[in-house]
Write a protein that binds this ligand. Structure first.
Ligand code: NAD
Length: 264
């Protein structure tokens, strides 16, 4: 099945290191023939992202901090110059102050609420607009979400609210861009040990709980998330838009843990 993305060009945003979900996605897309560009947030991460990009044959690696719209515009201007057009986009960006990824959602501050929403939710809308402008022949856009959007996950707090808004954005953008042949979907990944994941209080507990109680009795790899992104970004899914697709070992369907799992 190799070659599903042969001849297609896409931008991957959100690689911090080789544990990043975006990196699992990038490796999978590259293995299926995609030409990739990457963005990175700040010089320190740039030093990590550049060699990773090189390992999948990419030298189009651009700085971009979504809090600074000028850097977003500069990245897309450069992509336009070099490639002219784009077939797909991966948005795997989120941030909230660690001090509010614990305790009660009720105590969220206005400042962190706004910052979390801008980086983790509205950046998707701003970036999708710029990507769509480079997709005259249609395309596919994917963002990353988590089940804390619809069900309460301890400590996830404001990030759950941001993911709910992100998933709603996916549906609205799917309608806005559908007539142009641009599809917009989300992958809802189960817990993965990443830099962002480690910022959530009791992350290890959450990870182990899902491992024990998910129908598949395990967590997911970044390559498995990559497989779902490959489907959504390739022509395998041309009839699908506005979806939130779970890659979580089935955890989202569980109401109560299985009694057998509770005994272990
Ligand atoms: P990660 O730390 O590897 O990636 C997060 C990325 O967001 C980093 O590359 C970081 O540079 C980027 N970012 C943060 N603020 C930014 C800004 N202002 N401008 C540009 N980039 C910025 O962690 P990850 O877990 O791979 O996260 C990727 C996505 O997957 C996020 O949307 C996250 O919410 C989502 N997700 C993670 C999990 C998990 O358990 N780790 C589960 C489901 C969904």
């Amino acid at each position: 099945m190799n070659g599903l993305l042969h001849g297609k060009r896409g931008l991957v945003m959100g690689v911090a290191n080789d544990h990043s979900i975006a990196w699992g996605i990038a490796k999978t897309l590259a293995a299926h023939g995609a030409s990739l560009a990457f963005t990175y947030q700040g010089d320190a991460l740039g030093k990590r992202v550049k060699p990773l990009a090189a390992s999948v044959g990419s030298d189009l690696v651009l700085p971009c901090d979504v809090e600074d719209l000028a850097t977003v515009d500069a990245a897309f201007a450069r992509l336009g110059e070099v490639w002219g057009s784009l077939d797909f986009l991966v948005h795997a960006i989120a941030f909230s102050d660690k001090s509010e990824l614990k305790g009660r959602y009720a105590d969220t501050t206005r400042e962190n609420f706004v910052r979390t929403m801008v980086i983790s939710c509205f950046s998707f809308t701003e970036i999708a607009k710029r990507a769509a402008a480079l997709m005259p022949a249609g395309g596919s856009i994917v963002t990353l979400t988590y089940g804390g959007s619809t069900r309460v996950m301890p400590n996830y707090n404001v990030m759950g609210v941001a993911k709910a808004a992100l998933e709603a954005s996916v549906r609205y953008l799917a309608v806005d861009y559908g007539p142009r042949g641009i599809r917009v979907n989300a992958v809802s990944a189960g817990p993965v040990r990443t830099l962002a994941g480690a910022g959530i209080a009791d992350a290890r507990l959450m990870f182990n709980y899902q491992k024990r109680h998910a129908p598949l009795r395990r967590t997911v790899s970044i390559e498995e998330v990559g497989g779902a992104a490959l489907y959504l970004l390739s022509d395998l899914s041309t009839g699908t838009t506005g979806e939130v697709h779970f890659v979580d070992s089935g955890y989202n369907i569980i109401s109560m843990p299985h009694p057998e799992a509770l005994k272990t």
